[in-house]
Design a protein around this ligand. Structure first.
Ligand code: ZN
Length: 151
């Protein structure tokens, strides 16, 4: 990844950390879950309201490092308005990206803003920070009937 791109990504992370989107409690919400990453001390609480198979609203509260917070913030902006099935697809793409399971270059265009986390697999400790919000979202909706992928 070239330096200019890296810098741009860093700015997105810093921006979401400073001004997190949807940092509040969804009221009323139909699903919620709490997540904790003991390696870093990140805590996140995800709230969402599902209506007619659409994620009508999704939000988060919590405390954590810049990576965990910006990841949760980005996630809420990406999942709002999606169906749980679409959210699942985005989750899978994100997971492949940060876990680095595939050697192929990820399709950065399809990932959109998620590509911000493309460099994170070089920092295994940080992968947990970045994926915390996603796993917490997952446990919030697992009783909903979407397909749950375990690690
Ligand atoms: Zn962290």
């Amino acid at each position: 990844m070239d330096d200019e791109l890296k810098e741009l990504y860093q700015q997105v992370i810093l921006d979401h950390n400073k001004n997190p989107r949807n940092f509040r409690v969804t009221d009323p919400h139909t699903h919620d879950a709490e997540g904790y990453n003991p390696l870093c001390g990140d805590q996140v609480h995800i709230y969402l309201r599902l209506k007619d198979d659409i994620i009508e609203d999704i939000s988060f509260t919590g405390n954590g490092c810049a990576i965990s917070k910006s990841s949760a913030s980005l996630m809420t902006t990406l999942l709002k308005g999606k169906t749980p099935a679409e959210a699942e697809e985005i989750f899978n793409r994100f997971h492949e990206l940060v876990a680095g399971k595939s050697d192929e270059l990820p399709d950065l265009e399809a990932l959109g803003k998620l590509a911000v986390f493309a460099g994170i697999k070089e920092f295994p400790m940080r992968v947990k920070c970045a994926s915390l919000a996603w796993h917490t979202y997952h446990s919030a909706v697992k009783d909903y009937g979407s397909t749950v992928t375990t690690e």
